[in-house]
Design a protein around this ligand. Structure first.
Ligand SMILES: [Zn+2]
Length: 418
């Protein structure tokens, strides 16, 4: 009897561990949905592949001339407040992209010597958009309440306002990210994220990701709490395939990259090095395009870098010159009359008057200068009805005050005269 219970318990823990701990990316399933609905997608992807190979042939050996910066907008879709993730969590994710795509990540030392010489600084960085599609100032984040418990990759409902999601911003100017409560593929749950390869429709271009796999703080949950799910999905968006070639272990498939070893199946968790398949010395299981845990991933290869740069110089080239990270001009977006700021103009010391607002929980105050640079940030756990702010080291000019809480997000303008 005892033994039976032990067995049941072991089986239960085994399955619950498997259910929670295994990476599951929806990109390949999503792309087959897309291709079956619209056969022209396959053709466009094939054309992109040709353009990429041609670009690599003629430019692949050149030194990269300058760092490419991709403007980002994050659309947060939430049904309960915990899913309305904090600015700090969103910032942590962008920081991770900026590390992983510049090989500035702290764990580069974990790349085995066998692969270290192949590890690439991809030369791509990311900035928050500071112009929305109408030219108004934005912090690069939209927040939308949704009644949906989960979003389905075959329906792409996260990407449409009319379906409980949020419409994409122009993909020629913005890289769209949707952070959602849950992703399903029909009856299958547990999908961490999915991406659209270059060549897909404009309205659905970008990456959808679950709020528990995004960034490295807040709701990010182990073993996917180092932001590598987005590093991986972004790789797909830049035309990278899974490193094992999605061939169910046959060794016949390819990721179209020369310097990654031929690999049988995906790897989970944290394998010990070397871990061999298809007669290779070892799988490159620490590559962002495998299925290992966040803490075990730490590299892209030079060959993958060439494919990504090829995309940024061909089908996604408009993003390089989009310029939406620079604010057009300071404008007062919200005329939220309930919040008073005085005196205005001010000598650098002013009062935020919350008297007419019902505030629960913490409030974050951020102040930006005309260039969109953050000059002041403070989180107030228990904010007073009147809170005095002192900007001691700023020049005269127009400034934007962004006040964020669980209940509201208000932007006010203030003029500093010294
Ligand atoms: Zn994937």
């Amino acid at each position: 009897m005892m033994k039976k219970y032990t067995l049941v318990l072991v089986v239960f823990f085994f399955f619950s561990f498997q259910m929670h701990a295994q990476r599951n990316c929806g990109t390949m399933s999503y792309m087959s949905h897309l291709e079956s609905m619209d056969p022209s997608v396959s053709l466009k992807m094939a054309q992109n592949e040709v353009a990429i190979r041609n670009w690599i042939k003629s430019h692949g050996s050149e030194q990269q001339k300058s760092i490419i910066t991709i403007p980002v907008v994050v659309h947060v879709l939430y049904r309960v407040s915990v899913q309305n993730i904090s600015d700090a969590q969103i910032q942590s994710q962008i920081d991770i992209l900026n590390e992983d795509y510049r090989r500035l990540n702290a764990d580069t030392a974990n790349t085995p010597p066998l692969f270290d010489s192949l590890a690439a600084d991809v030369g791509i960085e990311f900035c928050f958009a500071h112009q929305d599609p109408s030219g108004n100032w934005t912090d690069g984040v939209t927040r939308t309440f949704t009644s949906k418990i989960s979003f389905d990759l075959s329906q792409n409902d996260a990407k449409y306002t009319a379906q409980g999601g949020h419409d994409a911003w122009d993909r020629d100017k913005y890289f769209n990210i949707w952070v959602v409560p849950q992703i399903k593929d029909g009856a299958t749950g547990g999908i961490l994220g999915y991406s659209q390869f270059p060549g897909g429709p404009a309205a659905t271009d970008g990456v959808v990701i679950g709020y528990r796999y995004f960034g490295s703080t807040g709701t990010a949950a182990a073993p996917f709490n180092k932001g590598r799910t987005l590093t991986h999905e972004l790789g797909h968006w830049l035309n990278l395939y899974h490193i094992w070639g999605d061939d169910n272990g046959s060794c016949a498939g390819s990721d179209q990259v020369q310097d990654t070893p031929n690999q049988g199946s995906e790897n989970y968790g944290c394998p010990n090095f070397p871990h061999s398949s298809c007669s290779n010395t070892s799988d490159m299981f620490m590559n962002y395009m495998d299925y290992t845990d966040d803490v075990c991933m730490n590299m892209f290869s030079e060959g993958q870098k060439q494919r990504m740069l090829a995309v940024m110089n061909t089908s996604r080239s408009s993003l390089v010159t989009s310029g939406v990270c620079e604010p057009l001009a300071l404008r007062e977006i919200s005329n939220a009359d309930q919040l008073k700021v005085y005196p205005n103009p001010s000598n650098g010391e002013f009062v935020l008057d919350f008297n007419n607002l019902e505030i629960k929980g913490s409030v974050t105050v951020k102040v930006y200068n005309a260039m969109g640079q953050l000059v002041f940030e403070r989180e107030y756990i228990d904010i007073a009805n009147q809170e005095s702010i002192r900007l001691s080291e700023v020049n005269s000019g127009m400034y934007m005050i962004h006040i964020i809480s669980d209940q509201f997000s208000i932007i006010k303008k203030i003029e500093i005269q010294r």
